[in-house]
Design a protein around this ligand. Structure first.
Ligand code: SF4
Length: 383
């Protein structure tokens, strides 16, 4: 049920977290597994999941047992398709029009209960947005978004289908859309591969179509820092530098009751009553605005990936510069694994050195890291 991918530094296991949610015993089990069976780190992915890497040969059975015991592998058949992103602070802070946490649980259960849906491609993504415009802008395949009248809009391939559902019926509609995709797809892995996904699929689902809403195209990322909750408590939202939690952080974060992993490689610790600076230091999360880590992501690079031309993570860390700005993603090869869904500066290792790109346009190319860093800064400012 748990697939282990062979990587240059050992086995790699990706653990799906619907809604990014990790309860304390689950986080402890992952941290222990990383220490006992892997390389001691946990990685946050661009889909709000967790990866354990550097797994020794034969570790999958032990890892599977540990994860199943804490509820992280609820289905033997559907693990690959439990891709559900949700607004991180839904129901807790002052934003959002409804609490989508019950919908996350309902969607996960509904997915796992239908044998046919195990056939969804592993990249198929559901997004449940509470109206703040964070995850719906990731251009998932099937999404739900408040329509403003108490109902939810069915969003297909990033566009409003015009179909509406009461919150009690919305998950059923989303699951019907996924089933319809499975019936009519040929070679497509994702509904987003169809430019007219909404018009193609909505007629198969029946029902009246409202004039389409405009769906946010740029995610409103979860802000960093101490964030007030409705109940008077506080959530802390912090960047995890290059998406990797170090062993000392894994130890310190065990004290958190819950951790929410976001698709922006940030971690949110909710429901706190006292957040001292020393606690934040121990957790090692970056909460300052415009830090050099903000918007900075990288693929695994060397030594984790055999395709990588260089230790791209180390280069990204060395070349980072403060000031914030649009996202920057470093890649060890043309595949550009884990790049952000929205507009960003790409830095790609090629035989001719690092290429700095904006979309398909190459803005600079150099073997020199200082020159690459300068080109990144210039490109960021031009966006
Ligand atoms: S982008 Fe290339 S080098 Fe980086 S992880 Fe993907 S395949 Fe490996």
């Amino acid at each position: 049920m748990l697939r282990i991918h062979a990587a240059a530094d050992g086995g790699l296991a990706r653990v799906r977290l619907p809604g990014g949610l990790l309860r304390a015993p689950q986080f402890a089990a992952l941290a222990d597994a990383a220490a006992d069976l892997g390389d001691g780190h946990l990685e946050l992915t661009s889909r709000g999941n967790i990866q354990v890497r550097g797994l020794m040969d034969g570790a999958e059975a032990e890892l599977g047992t540990r994860l199943r015991d804490v509820g992280l592998l609820p289905s033997a058949t559907h693990e690959r398709v439990r891709n559900i992103a949700a607004s991180a602070l839904t129901g807790r802070d002052h934003e959002g029009l409804l609490d989508v946490r019950p919908l996350v649980a309902e969607l996960d259960a509904g997915l796992c209960a239908d044998p046919a849906l195990a056939g969804l491609p592993g990249r198929f993504l559901f997004t449940l947005d509470d109206g703040r415009g964070d995850v719906i802008a990731l251009r998932g395949d099937v999404g739900l978004y408040p329509a403003g009248d108490g109902g939810l809009a069915l969003v297909l391939g990033g566009a409003d289908s015009g179909l509406r559902a009461d919150p009690r019926d919305a998950v059923a509609l989303a699951l019907d859309a996924a089933r319809a995709f499975l019936r009519v797809r040929t070679t497509e892995w994702r509904l987003t591969e169809w430019p007219d996904a909404a018009d193609r699929l909505a007629p198969l689902l029946g029902g009246h179509r409202e004039p389409p809403l405009e769906i946010p195209a740029t995610p409103r990322r979860t802000p960093l820092g101490r964030l007030p909750q409705r109940d008077g408590r506080v959530a802390v939202s912090g960047l995890v530098p290059l998406g990797r939690l170090e062993p000392a952080q894994l130890t310190a974060l065990r004290a958190a009751g819950e951790i929410i992993v976001t698709p922006w490689r940030t971690a949110v610790i909710p429901d706190l009553t006292d957040v001292s600076d020393s606690l934040l230091d121990r957790w090692g999360l970056v909460t300052a605005p415009a830090s050099a880590w903000e918007g900075l992501t990288s693929c695994a690079g060397r030594p984790g990936c055999a395709r990588s031309r260089t230790d791209v993570r180390a280069d990204a860390a060395r070349a980072r510069a403060p000031g914030g700005g649009p996202p920057v993603h470093w890649s060890g090869c043309e595949r550009r694994c884990g790049h952000p869904a929205d507009r960003h500066v790409g830095v790609v290792a090629t035989p001719q050195g690092y290429e700095v790109r904006l979309g398909d346009e190459v803005r600079a190319r150099s073997h020199d890291l200082t020159a690459t860093a300068a080109a990144v800064a210039t490109t960021r400012r031009s966006m």
